[in-house]
Design a binder for this molecule. Sequence first.
Ligand code: C5P
Length: 220
Amino acid sequence: SIPVLTIDGPSGSGKGTISRLVAQRLGWHYLDSGALYRAVGVAAGWADLDLADPAALVRCAFDTRIGFRDDEAGELRVLVNEQDATDELRTETAGAAASAIAAIPEVRAALKDRQRAFRQPPGLVADGRDMGTVIFPDAPFKVFLTASADERAERRYKQLKDKGVSVTLDGLLREILARDARDAQRAVAPLRPAEDAVRIDTTGLGIDTVVEQVLALLPA
Ligand code: C5P
């Protein structure tokens, strides 16, 4: 079957960066599953949906068109209902909306097939919270990335600042901790490592080091 490498972990653990680089090195496809939840959250906001109305959100999860494409600079752009929403998706507001709707079991179910459809030859690197536990439990390669909360907040802070988003480190730390707590404590697909996942603590490690550690898990 088509190989999958799952990379799960909390926000700021380095998942996104590491997953993209590893996928590039392998020449495999890349799934940013968080972007799907963020896209549905943002589309729900555009449509003025009530975050307390599960039925409307589930419909939104089915109906929202989500597209990915690389721009000229090689950056991944995300289109939500044909609109480029890349910058809006990156904000912590979108992250919080994603986390809220991601706690609804029917929303998760609605996005399941879309995620599995990314499993195409020659292989897939899947980045998220439940890639190794729920979406691709049969994946032959599984990684769980962690890092200290301070370092995760700092990485997110730098990313957002580079994009020109104004945030404070303190506020970001609080928001990230709240989101992680909700992701870890929700009833459906809580954030946790798959039993057969290799755990890597990326605190103090450079990107290249982590990329090499992950690639070392795959046969040469
Ligand atoms: O990874 P990212 O920060 O983009 O994810 C945004 C939110 O989407 C997470 O906080 C989480 O609640 C949700 N999510 C999820 N399952 C995934 C990916 C993301 O529940 N596989």
